[in-house]
Design a protein around this ligand. Structure first.
Ligand code: NAI
Length: 695
């Protein structure tokens, strides 16, 4: 079904029908145009109502047709809108629930618009790095006025129809209990003979001293939009609705739309949009795989991660029991949760009622018997196999059959952990990122024996917890930390060769990361990496590291928590101040290992840090640890602050061109610590074939 046609008395009703949100794909557009033509040809029909079936008037473009020739095929959205606007019989848009993007643009081409209250009205194109390309920038200001239309188009944020009831956007907003279609038909009957037909394009945008307002908007939007060109382009096209004739404004909108759609920033945003959707799809776990009900959760360990993980469940309304070994640790963990919520309340982002509801859902215990009935238990105890073993053996004893046993381990072998139980099919990794109540990423680690229904349940749970779930196979560090390890190693080698922390951090921050590797190390605690390296020196002596980070820790400089790390910190101030002793230690270390320091360019810094991750990611893909390149991008966009406008490491490598990435890797393989660079076979293959990771 694409659009239905029926005649009620003297009014034709065209109902868009393309679930889930009546996206205006080719078939729907074709059916809608046909419906209008049929109504025009029928002498008994005096007016036309266009509405949407199910849960939307229309959500706009059909995302299934994005990047396909169908998106632009005739009848295009422009043609559909022109057909409605040019109709010699009045066309009424009957709006409900969702009216966004092309859906709103279509309604603006209709002669009248009526709506139910509570409908979400938006032009969200800016979120995908483009602007409304079917007249939205020219028509919306003509009905809402310059200021309100500009705000909506620049932000992409929905506004409820009731809030717009007194604007020229709507001719009527019905009562909440009204029947939309019969009310719209009744409305259409009242205006059936009114002529001339009102057209939004014929209206004028009046705004006294518009230039001053537009200049103010340009300045504000420029300051807020960072590297993204779309918001400012939105301002310019909306400006055209005041300064140009309608037809000229439409041409200008088209031109800017076609420009934006080609920009890397927009391509990156669209890539991220689709990557997020595809991440929840696992080829051998069909969408109809049954999921287990999660009505009660337990968390083992009320430390840094345990507390944050518990908050995720509480936020989703799922009761949580926290288990600790000592009352003191339990009390501390529960108090931290309370404090976190109190802080959110102080910021006005949580009501007292919600606070009370959430706190009522959490309880603590020291006894395993109290958690046996939980549907899922997430273990977040110390990162030591011995401790994990004791916990999982106990869980195997006490948990009810069918409970999911999840581990938050960041480095340990999940298969070994599963082996401590007699139910490895119920064991899975749920690797949250710190702070667990804030970070969007959830790496879902699929063990060799993890059940498909358990994986499907974890993916569904990630959505419920408002996380981006990405599936990873079992390996040291999974997807994210395995790649960041290469990044950190290169950061250390750069220090040995001539860079200082400040230069590296500045280059990385200019590239778009929120924080460079050294400021990040100071934030996370340099002692954590030190502990991991000490283990690696024993377990994997073949891997080389710069000793600078160890020397730093030997100086007692663990980072912000000790007030000193790669940088100095002052109380109450997170600003990083370079420290001469640290820099002297770095320079001295180069001398000690016989490396003549040289000037290192920012470009080299970025290439070495990012390409080392990309190369590791190519191994990860080849080994099947990640299902697809876009999953790796999602991990980095949602868990590691990779700049969104660059689309993630794999997308970025594709934009640079894999032959260029490979050439740089081969060059660095000849330099200091060159053995760290061995091009991944997949990277070599794709570069030779002229392909990208994502194409
Ligand atoms: P933490 O040291 O802050 O908390 C661990 C808690 O577990 C402590 O409160 C401790 O009393 C409790 N605990 C220890 N043994 C226990 C047992 N047998 N039964 C019950 N409770 C026990 O550690 P953190 O940072 O929360 O890490 C926990 C896990 O999460 C580790 O596996 C770690 O690798 C992983 N992880 C940590 C991240 C981080 O940024 N801190 C990020 C992602 C994963």
């Amino acid at each position: 079904m694409t659009a239905e046609y029926e005649v009620r008395g003297t009014v034709a009703v065209i109902t868009l029908n393309n679930p889930p949100v009546n996206g205006l794909g080719l078939a729907t557009r074709t059916a809608a145009v046909k419906g209008i033509q049929q109504a025009l040809a029928d002498d008994a029909v005096k007016a036309i109502v266009i509405t949407g079936a199910g849960k939307a008037f229309s959500g706009g473009a059909d995302i299934k047709e994005f990047n396909s020739p169908k998106a632009l095929a005739e009848p295009s959205l422009h043609t559909l809108i022109a057909t409605a606007e040019g109709s010699t019989k009045p066309v009424v848009a009957a709006i409900h629930t969702i009216c966004m993007g092309g859906g709103l643009e279509l309604s603006l081409g209709c002669h009248y618009r009526v709506a139910m209250p509570g409908a979400q009205i938006a032009l969200p194109e800016v979120k995908l790095g483009v602007l409304p390309g079917a007249g939205g920038t020219q028509r919306l200001p003509r009905v809402l006025g310059l200021e309100m239309a500009l705000n909506m188009i620049v932000s992409g944020t929905p506004v409820l129809s009731d809030k717009l009831a007194n604007t020229a956007l709507f001719d009527a907003v019905f009562a909440a209990d009204a029947d939309l279609v019969s009310s719209a038909v009744a409305f259409a009957e009242t205006i059936a003979d009114a002529r001339p037909l009102p057209k939004v394009r014929d209206r004028k945008v009046d705004y006294p001293n518009h230039e001053a307002f537009l200049q103010f908007s340009r300045n504000t939007v420029k300051a807020m939009s960072g590297p993204f060109p779309a918001p400012l382009e939105c301002v310019e096209t909306v400006a055209a609705s005041v300064t140009m004739k309608f037809e000229d404004g439409m041409k200008f909108e088209r031109e800017r739309f076609l420009h934006l759609i080609q920009t890397t920033e927009s391509k990156a945003l669209r890539h991220a949009f689709f990557a997020e959707r595809v991440a929840s799809k696992v080829p051998d776990v069909p969408p109809d795989t049954p999921v287990r009900a999660i009505k009660q959760a337990a968390v083992i360990g009320a430390g840094t991660m345990g507390g944050g993980i518990a908050m995720n469940f509480l936020n989703a309304g799922i009761p949580v029991v926290m288990l600790e070994t000592k009352q003191e640790a339990l009390d501390k963990g529960l108090a931290t949760i309370r404090k976190n919520y109190e802080n959110t309340m102080k910021k006005g982002k949580l009501t007292q009622e919600k606070f009370d509801q959430r706190m009522a859902l959490v309880s603590g215990t020291l006894a395993y018997e109290d958690i046996g009935q939980a549907d899922i238990v997430v273990e977040a105890v110390f990162e030591e196999m011995g401790v994990k073993e004791a916990v999982f053996r106990k869980l195997d004893e006490v948990m009810k059959p069918g409970a999911i046993l999840a581990s938050n381990t960041s480095t340990l072998d999940l298969n070994q952990i599963a082996g401590f139980t007699k139910r490895p099919q119920d064991v899975i990794g749920t690797h949250f990122f710190s702070p667990a109540n804030v970070m969007k990423l959830l790496e879902i680690v699929r063990g060799a024996q993890t059940g498909k229904d358990v994986l499907a349940t974890a993916l569904a749970l990630s959505k419920k917890l408002k996380k981006t779930g990405v599936v990873s196979g079992v390996c040291d560090g999974f997807i994210g930390n395995r790649m960041i390890e290469q990044y950190s190693r290169q950061a250390g080698f750069l220090l040995e060769e001539g860079a200082l922390p400040e230069q590296v951090d500045k280059a990385v921050e200019k590239f778009g990361f929120a924080m460079g590797p050294f400021r990040m190390g100071d934030l996370a605690g340099n002692d954590i990496g030190w502990a991991i390296r000490k283990r690696r020196y024993v377990e994997k002596p073949e891997i080389s590291y710069s000793k600078t980070a160890d020397l730093l820790c030997e100086m007692g400089r663990y980072g912000q928590k000790t007030g000193a790390g790669w940088y100095d910190y002052k109380a109450g101030d997170r600003k990083a101040y370079p420290n001469e002793q640290v820099n002297a230690m770095i320079v001295q270390h180069s001398a000690d290992i016989g490396v003549a320091r040289r000037k290192i360019s920012d470009q080299e810094i970025i290439e070495r840090l990012v390409y080392s991750m990309v190369n590791e990611a190519a191994h990860i893909l080849e080994e099947g640890i990640a299902l697809r390149a876009s999953d790796i991008d999602m991990v980095y966009l949602t868990g590691y602050g990779f700049p969104l406008f660059r689309g993630g490491p794999m997308f970025y490598a594709d934009t640079v061109g894999l032959p260029n990435v490979l050439a740089a890797i081969n060059k660095y393989a000849q330099g200091h610590q060159g053995s760290a660079w061995k091009p991944a076979p997949l990277l070599v293959k794709l570069a030779e074939e002229g392909k990208g990771f994502n194409s």
